[in-house]
Design a protein around this ligand. Structure first.
Ligand code: ATP
Ligand code: MG
Length: 276
């Protein structure tokens, strides 16, 4: 700590005002302080949740059905307002974002749901392009970015297909492509593998892992305990709206390649490829 101080002072003296103005450390990407959500029905969605998530983290949100995972996600995208407490995203208090600015705020978030939510009358390409159009992307930007993201998500050969001409795993990859095409600093996924078989789920997790490695913070709500155990990432567990476990995994190396990662996920315990 003292060493840090000294370095900072030296930097200041050497490069002057510009260095002083620069923030020394960035705020956490997500910060919940005593956040509660009581629905108008009286149901407790979240109960005094306090935690932070740092940049580039990969966090699993687990807990029984009704424990508050989706409530937490919906609070984060400002679809719900907390009854108590404060939520900050990248240092910004969500209470201070007026209604009309919410769409701008959401441009910093990628959101993936269990049921994909694709536009059925649009092709893969157009589903992804649409996400850029609505956030004001130019034609040129769309032409540059969509093929890139379709390559990353392994959909280059399916760009003319409609959602009903795709498997469940492919549809989920389209919804991830759509969520990630703007390269948001934060990606939220609520049960992204809920409707998929184990092998396809590994595929989706591998994609989320790859996205995380580009520097995006990822938070995934899931019931898939096997996957959580194998991924060895941080786990936040909810029970009746309360955070009952926050385990910073620390069991993995950041430089594991996606191939090594997928191999580990398929290792004993997971069904061998081809079985499902
Ligand atoms: N719109 C709503 N109105 C009233 N109560 C709600 C509403 N949405 C959720 N709840 C309640 O809030 C609590 C938390 O629900 P939530 O949907 O966040 O759980 P979850 O962990 O996502 O569950 P699941 O694993 O089934 O998706 C539950 O008791 C639920 O009944
Ligand atoms: Mg839920």
């Amino acid at each position: 700590m003292a060493g840090d101080q000294i370095t900072k002072q030296r930097t200041r003296r050497r490069v002057g005002a510009a260095a002083v103005a620069k923030p020394v450390s960035r705020p956490p990407v997500i910060e919940f302080r005593g956040v509660s959500k009581v629905y108008s029905s009286g149901d407790m969605g979240l109960d005094q949740a306090t935690f932070t998530v740092d940049r580039e983290d990969f966090v699993f949100l687990v807990g029984a059905t009704g424990s508050g995972k989706s409530t937490l996600m919906r609070l984060l995208i400002k679809e719900l307002e907390p009854s108590d407490g404060a939520i900050r995203v990248a240092g910004h208090d969500l209470r201070e974002i007026p209604r009309k600015r919410v769409p701008f705020y959401r441009r910093n978030l990628g959101v993936v749901f269990q049921d994909f939510k694709l536009l059925p009358s649009r092709t893969v390409y157009d589903n992804v392009a649409y996400a850029l159009q609505v956030t004001g992307g130019t034609r040129r930007e769309i032409r540059a970015k969509v093929p890139d993201i379709l390559r990353l998500t392994g959909l280059s050969t399916k760009l003319h297909n409609y959602p009903d001409q795709l498997s469940g795993g492919e549809q989920q990859r389209v919804s991830i492509a759509r969520a990630f095409v703007n390269h948001p600093p934060l990606l939220l996924a609520d049960e992204p593998t809920g409707n998929l078989d184990p092998e396809t789920s590994i595929d989706i997790m591998r994609l989320l892992y790859r996205i995380n490695r580009t520097g995006t913070t990822v938070m995934v709500a899931t019931h898939d305990q096997t996957m959580v155990d194998k991924m060895r990432r941080r786990v936040l567990e909810l029970s009746a709206g309360r955070i009952v476990r926050d385990e910073a995994a620390g069991l993995y190396t950041r430089d594991e390649s996606t191939r090594e990662f997928a191999r580990r996920l398929r290792a004993p315990g997971a069904p061998p490829p081809g079985l499902v």
